[in-house]
Design a binder for this molecule. Structure first.
Ligand SMILES: [Zn+2]
Length: 379
């Protein structure tokens, strides 16, 4: 047993200040406020914040390594980079690439999911719209096809958690239904869909939005597009890259208000350059230049190519934009854990869940990270 005491502990019921957490091996045993049971030696947190370990549902890489290319060891390095910075649970996101490459990557990353390094895979492609391609390679985008979905699903060996689909493409609705039946969360994204088409996708089973606003027809008051439909429907959770680059802070606040903490999912969309200096990087088949911390395609500098942020950076930015601490904890941990079907395992500082947490200073910079009851090395 280990006791962490004297912190500002952010729980689903509110902030306990001072609060304590009792840990039993890899699990949280008890959480409380005030003075803890004096029997146990306690680690004094000196009033620092304790947040549930972040759950990042959209990650391509970090620390100079990537999930979209490179070796299995490099993928482990990318996962370790994010774990050590507070994202104790992550999905590995693949981008559009030739099918054979996607199958091979899915197989390789499934091995990391078998080992508990990853919580699963997110396929951000290949069923996307070239019209809203963002930094993705339109040459390898294909129309949605149930047989192709099944091949990719099989390659991921049960670890495919989320697939992004542009619902206006021919064949999209059968793929949305097949994926939903297979227990894979369908996200609407990289789409030029109208609100009507997006509504039909939600009726067919889509329940998630891939980085709302980015890679979508903009919200217009007479044609609210996918953005409007996804925000409007209560069953849909909405990703937001609140990194100060991808969406304006006004949009962060508006979206947080419209979705509420139970439907907002903060994501990093981090690529290999997260935590690294400016320079040249790769995002799947696409070449990327990072300047001033912003990643853009070499061949099309108008396209932002993922972020260089961690989810802790995004959470800190969302707090600076005005979101309350408990709402940020929900949007960076509790809600994404629910989206990924992991609410019974992680996503809150509650007894019985994994001892996944981060200790942050007054500026919400992570000072220590615990994953499954073990302290991780600090940067
Ligand atoms: Zn992405």
């Amino acid at each position: 047993m280990l006791l962490l005491a004297g912190g500002r502990v952010v729980t689903p019921g509110g902030v306990l200040h001072p609060g304590w957490i009792r840990l039993a091996g890899p699990l949280i045993d008890a959480v409380g406020s005030g003075a803890p049971d004096a029997q146990l030696p306690a680690v004094d947190l000196h009033g620092q914040w304790v947040l549930p370990g972040f759950v990042d549902a959209h990650v391509h890489g970090g620390g100079g390594a990537s999930f979209t290319e490179g070796t299995s060891d490099q993928a482990r390095q990318a996962a370790a980079f994010h774990h050590g910075r507070g994202s104790t649970t992550i999905l590995a996101s693949l981008v559009t690439a030739p099918l054979a490459d996607l199958e091979a990557r899915a197989g390789l990353l499934a091995g990391l999911a078998d080992d508990g390094v990853l919580a699963g895979l997110h396929l951000e492609g290949p069923f996307l719209s070239p019209v809203r391609r963002g930094a993705q390679d339109p040459r390898h985008m294909i129309a949605p096809d149930v047989a192709v979905f099944e091949r990719l699903h099989a390659a991921a060996r049960g670890h495919l958690r989320v697939i992004t689909v542009a619902p206006e493409l021919p064949g999209a609705l059968p793929v949305i239904r097949a994926a939903t039946r297979a227990g894979v969360t369908v996200a609407v994204g990289h789409t030029d869909a109208t609100a009507e088409v997006a509504m039909a996708a939600i009726d067919a089973g889509a329940t998630h939005a891939t980085h709302l606003f980015n890679g979508m027809r903009p919200l217009h008051h007479r044609e609210p597009g996918a953005v409007g439909a996804l925000l409007d429907r209560d069953e849909v959770t909405c990703e937001l890259i609140a990194d100060g680059v991808h969406v304006d802070d006004i949009v962060v606040r508006l979206t947080a208000r419209a979705a509420g903490p139970g439907r907002l999912v903060l994501v990093s969309d981090a690529m290999a350059a997260a935590g690294m200096p400016d320079g040249s990087y790769q995002l799947g088949p696409q070449r990327v230049t990072v300047a001033g911390g912003v990643a853009r395609l070499v061949d099309d500098s108008a396209s932002i190519a993922g972020s260089t942020a961690t989810l802790a950076d995004v959470a800190r930015h969302a707090l600076a934009a005005g979101l309350p601490v408990p709402d940020v904890a929900a949007a960076a941990s509790t809600t994404p854990a629910r989206v990924l079907g992991l609410a019974g395992r992680t996503g809150a500082l509650s007894p019985g869940l994994a001892a996944d947490l981060l200790v942050c200073d007054d500026d919400f910079r992570p000072r220590a990270v615990m994953r499954h009851g073990e302290w991780l090395a600090q940067p």
